[in-house]
Write a protein that binds this ligand. Sequence first.
Ligand code: EPZ
Length: 420
Amino acid sequence: MHYLAIQGKQKLSGSVSISGAKNAALPLLALTLLSSRKLTITNIPEVADVKTLLQLLTNLGATSTCNNNTVEIDSTTVNSACANYDIVRKMRASILTLGPLLARFGHCEVSLPGGCAIGQRPIDLHLKALEQMGAVIEIKQGYVVAKAPKGLKGATIIFDKVTVTGSENIIMAAALAHGSSKLVNVAKEPEVVQVCEILADAGVKIEGIGTSQLIIAGSGGKLLDIPDFKVIPDRIEAGTYLCAGAITKSKITLTNVNPKHLEAVTLKLEQMGFKIDETRDTLTIHPGEKQLPSDIETSEYPGFPTDLQAQFMALCTQAKGTSIIDERLFENRFMHVSELSRMGANIKLKGHSATVEGKAKLNAADVMATDLRASSALILAALVADGTTKIHRIYHLDRGYENLEGKFSKLGAQIKRLEE
Ligand code: EPZ
């Protein structure tokens, strides 16, 4: 096991290149199950979750090679439709193979993902939608056993809640269904939009891309002529580095980023007193005269992303005054609070709301990562803490941040990965 040792009170400078989005790469790798040809995918982040999904696809019979952010994958050779527990338990996004496998093979068995640190994370909306498309679904010994021997039928699906991977699963299933589907209350995250755009490039007729209502004309079970593609930049990684510049009062530039995907985030930083310059594919953050507290409420895109809630909480500990943070999407996404408090933060929890009193003096400590984004909040706190902080269980970080200590070191952080 490794841990990160981070020396506090270091200024950052220079630029950092943003990787491809983990939460786009995962559904797009599942999408290869619908492809009639071998695909070359560029700008794939080399993170543990991507490796896990590639392992799952290989276990199903796909062949793939992966080097310097390019994946060559041939899923036409897939000959099994059973995604087993030992991989799915490692990464709940494996559930993204459910829709494509069922649409392609007419049957599949995918292990139930189980909960995770941030919440119970059910998949009832995924299953309900597939049943409306004609699937017969049973839960047997912890597996979703789905059957649609005559293929899936187009249907009108109204999602009771906005669900990102639920939308992606059903969009992919509808692309191969017999007949047209109307999806209502679909997630509008850029990662969902890219799945739609690639399906449209493959000849699937989709109306309403980027809106919460889609009409998808299915191919009737025919595999799709999907073109090679490049994964969009990771807006959550980008937001994390913007917070690193903000919390250390440094001027840093992010390259290979899409500012349009971060409007709620850059607006919030400007309201907190930071100055942001943008071009087509860069963002530069400048320290402000003084850092203001902020009220944050997480919501679905284009609102403030839940995946940056923990990072902004770390930032708010350094603002003079009271910040209120409302986590609206997940019931337990405050695992970082106890660890930040151990470093000296003053945070009170009441239900899904956290009250952060600043400015708190943070001291280095041994802290423990609990989930992917909570871990990055601890890095931000460590950058301004007095002393050297040790962050343990950093396998959580490796799931979603590519070359993390390399990128932070390039910005001037004193950060080392050491053996426990
Ligand atoms: C995706 O998770 C992301 N993961 C998450 O990022 C992100 O936090 C989340 O969307 C919200 O933006 C990937 O894209 C791989 P949801 P997902 O279904 O799809 C409830 C990270 O750090 N719900 O949009 O699993 C659910 O409990 C990860 O990169 C149901 O009730 O999230 C939650 O309260 C963490 N029933 C809300 O909807 C369902 O069937 C939103 O969940 C599905 C979801």
